[in-house]
Design a protein around this ligand. Structure first.
Ligand code: F6P
Length: 321
């Protein structure tokens, strides 16, 4: 069996670990692994390279992806399916492992099915926003990365009392990452794109935190209202100095955590097992277990509102609006 790996969309910590684990298992079974250089555009240009375990193993503990990705929607071209089928046939490639987030895994698996290309989809995104999967590869690492930054900022928060700190996470328009980080870091407030809030309420909440705890910590998702302005408006509303830290892509490229490395190893084993048994689908985490599903759930992912209210000291009657 010869498997091709394609990375589509944003990279995430754990991709390299999964690649290396898969290549190791494949070698033991007499199978081979290759990769498309540059996502689907790379595949369409036959940019394909062998991926032996000896080449991948030094990358196991690194973030990012040794295989370049792409966000270009090239599969909408009419002839893309025929071309990919021909390339896979000519290169003696039997099946595909596809890394991607919500967009990739919703859009591409139905095409692969229609083109009769066996595949396994792997939810890979730090955003943890793949519907029907409790967890995505890279999410835990991105949370851990944020804790290092927050702990660093709060070292000053404890030494020099009387300041506000705002830490902006990635996550796009999904607040799951910011919410998880806020919970793990003991933030006084969290702001996510999905839930509205009032700036005066937020200012009061953070001011009280400074008076009580010596510092105030706000975690905000990059896609939320105020991500670009609160660092100016909150000092004006509270009269307290505020420092902001924008994690940006440093958060996405962090070191894979222990639990992401374990998840990568489990996903690699199951992906190989399913492809060997001629089964296609997407590997999702359901009730804590990796499960093969034919398609992603249609229910959009929403951050846990109870947790949001709890972190912000709110309830259903007082929602911060
Ligand atoms: O979807 C993953 C993600 O890292 C988001 O958190 C972020 O908003 C986006 O990708 C950034 O995308 P790009 O790397 O294309 O700027």
């Amino acid at each position: 069996m010869n498997t091709i790996f394609v990375v589509s969309g944003g990279d995430a910590p754990g991709i390299n670990a999964l690649l290396a684990n898969y290549a190791q298992i494949a070698t033991l079974h007499g199978d081979t692994v290759c990769g498309a250089n540059g996502g689907f555009p790379g595949l369409l240009h036959e940019q394909i390279q062998p991926l032996p375990f000896t080449m991948l193993s030094p990358w196991m503990g690194r973030g990012g992806s040794i295989l370049p990705s792409s966000r270009d929607p090239v599969l909408s071209q009419a002839e893309a399916g025929e071309l990919i089928r021909r390339i896979l046939h000519d290169q003696h490639i039997d099946n595909m492992v596809l890394f991607g987030g919500n967009g990739t895994l919703r859009y591409i698996p139905p095409l692969l099915r229609a083109w009769e290309i066996p595949y396994i989809g792997i939810p890979t995104t730090i955003d943890n926003d793949v519907p029907g999967s409790e967890r995505t590869l890279g999410f835990d690492s991105a949370c851990n990365f944020a804790y290092q930054a927050i702990d660093g900022a709060l070292a000053t928060g404890h030494a020099l009392n009387g300041r506000l700190f705002m830490v902006e996470t990635l996550g796009g328009t999904c607040g799951n990452l910011a919410l998880a980080v806020a919970q793990g870091a003991g933030a006084h407030a969290v702001i996510v794109p999905e839930f509205e809030y009032d700036e005066n309420w937020l200012a009061r909440r953070l001011k009280t935190a400074v008076e009580r705890d010596g510092y105030g910590l706000l975690v905000i998702c990059e896609g939320a209202r105020g991500a670009r302005t609160l660092a100016d408006t909150l000092p004006a509303l509270t009269g307290i100095r505020m420092r902001d830290t924008r994690l940006g892509h440093t958060q996405r490229g962090g070191t894979p955590s222990h639990s992401d490395r374990v998840l990568a190893a489990q996903m690699a084993r199951l992906a190989h097992h399913h492809l060997k048994s001629n089964q296609s689908g997407i590997l999702v985490v359901r009730n804590g277990e990796l499960t093969l599903t034919a398609a992603l759930s249609d229910t959009p992912v929403m951050p846990n509102r109870e947790l949001y209210l709890q972190i912000n000291g709110l309830n259903d009657e007082h929602t911060g609006n």
